[in-house]
Design a protein around this ligand. Sequence first.
Ligand SMILES: CC(C)(COP(=O)(O)OP(=O)(O)OC[C@H]1O[C@@H](n2cnc3c(N)ncnc32)[C@H](O)[C@@H]1OP(=O)(O)O)[C@@H](O)C(=O)NCCC(=O)NCCS
Length: 236
Amino acid sequence: MRATGDEGGVADTEREVLPGVRWRPVVPDDAPALSVLCRLTGDGGGDASGRTAFPDLLGDVYATPYAHAYGLDGASFGTLVLDDEGPAGYLLGCVDTARFEAWREEHWWPPLRRRYPRPEDGYEGTYDEWLLRIVHAGVRPDPLWAQHAPQHPPRYPSHLHVDLLPRLQGRGLGRLLVDRLCAQLAAAGSPGVHLGVSAANPGAVAFYRRTGFTELDRSATGHTFGRALSSGATSA
Ligand SMILES: CC(C)(COP(=O)(O)OP(=O)(O)OC[C@H]1O[C@@H](n2cnc3c(N)ncnc32)[C@H](O)[C@@H]1OP(=O)(O)O)[C@@H](O)C(=O)NCCC(=O)NCCS
């Protein structure tokens, strides 16, 4: 694993953000920790361990790709949050969702499609159905983040995921993380960031409304939020 202390000479290294709480950039060795954190917060913000038949499936869809997004030339960002008990949260995102999904289609999904069953193979109506569907069908381009006409560049090409264990929630860390990523994305030239949140997670919906996001779309199962980015933003 890459050195993360001040002695490492890495521009963005580990540092304390709240008393007893540090953050640092995600490295590939963090993938197992990201997967556990994703599962522990994956059921409307709570622990999904008792609902999924595949302990790493949630992470394989929403978290671990960001630890392995080689070849995206700095267009992928990950911040791991740690306290004295170990990894306790993360914020993951990328500048160009279309490019990220093209990378996943070529490099990420093929081995997972060999490993995981199809939803039709007995998982319809279960918690895992929608995750298995994403693994096997990929992510369909959306005009929100994909270029659908030359004169209409997408307004929210970037996306993010943020998850904190309960012991770190409610202390302002979520806001700090989101502001940090928005600054990174804006510095990389992105005009906007979007995300999806389950309708079963009203706490997260309230959080995004309080942190500069606007609801762009809503369905029976969830909400899509977006936040416009200004290129003058500064990093946290
Ligand atoms: C959602 C989450 C990232 C928010 O991070 P957080 O550190 O707890 O939130 P903050 O303390 O930074 O709160 C920022 C603002 O959002 C509000 N907020 C946060 N959680 C809230 C909740 N559950 N209900 C209502 N408001 C909430 C805070 O009151 C605060 O508002 P204010 O600054 O205007 O007073 C975090 O609680 C979490 O990881 N939850 C579990 C996983 C999850 O649901 N992830 C999102 C999946 S889409």
